[in-house]
Design a protein around this ligand. Structure first.
Ligand SMILES: C[S@@+](CC[C@H](N)C(=O)[O-])C[C@H]1O[C@@H](n2cnc3c(N)ncnc32)[C@H](O)[C@@H]1O
Length: 185
């Protein structure tokens, strides 16, 4: 069993907080920039996971970040000033990718524009970025440890300011201090 294999077995308080931050940020981002730019607003989830966590103690299914985003996309299409939110999800691990595809499908069937890309984030991000084109985009980076190479973050994701491209980065502080310790040694 790999160190992170139990991650999706039960949603931890940190994940509840992370999804609340994602939901709030995405809502505000779409409301603000979606009003100033025509066309879609994108959410790119670079480390998407399967889309669900195992059921909680009440037996209720618990949503992961892709489903949090898709639920907002469906609601935003019904706002008084509707927003067209499109999503791209990237996941490397084959069994998570399979679950992700099946969790995303009902949303696609209802008309949501959601792209699911299998593979390593640094390889797949350019494909997602091609789809994004010149639309405003919010990218969520939520790896288990530290994230992608700095060049991709600053060059691609944060390389333009108009239309806005913003990044929500969830980092594991323990992993960062571990890497810092290795460097010092
Ligand atoms: C912390 S979990 C993501 C949880 C998800 N954002 C959520 O909130 O529901 C990190 C995910 O990234 C995937 N992953 C790890 N390294 C990756 C990489 N280099 N490229 C793409 N996916 C990766 C893992 O398989 C795992 O599913």
């Amino acid at each position: 069993m790999a160190a992170n294999d139990s991650f999706f077995q039960k949603k931890k308080p940190a994940a509840v907080l992370k999804h609340a931050v994602l939901a709030e940020y995405l809502n505000v981002f779409c409301a603000m920039v979606g009003g100033s730019f025509s066309g879609p607003v994108w959410l790119v989830d670079g480390y998407a996971g399967p889309g669900t966590y195992d059921a909680d103690d009440d037996g209720e299914p618990v949503t992961g970040s892709p489903i949090v985003a898709l639920e907002i996309a469906e609601k935003a299409a019904q706002w008084k000033s509707p927003r067209n939110i499109r999503c791209a999800f990237i996941e490397q691990k084959p069994n998570y990718l399979k679950q992700l595809r099946s969790n995303v499908k009902p949303f696609q069937d209802r008309g949501c524009h959601a792209l699911v890309l299998g593979g390593e984030v640094q390889e797949q991000l350019p494909k997602a970025w091609e789809e994004v084109g010149t639309s405003p985009v919010l990218t969520l980076l939520d790896p288990f440890g530290v994230s992608m190479a700095r060049g991709m973050m600053t060059g691609t994701l944060l390389g333009r300011s108009k239309p806005p491209s913003e990044v929500l980065l969830n980092i594991n502080v323990e992993a960062v201090s571990r890497h810092g310790g290795y460097l010092q040694r």
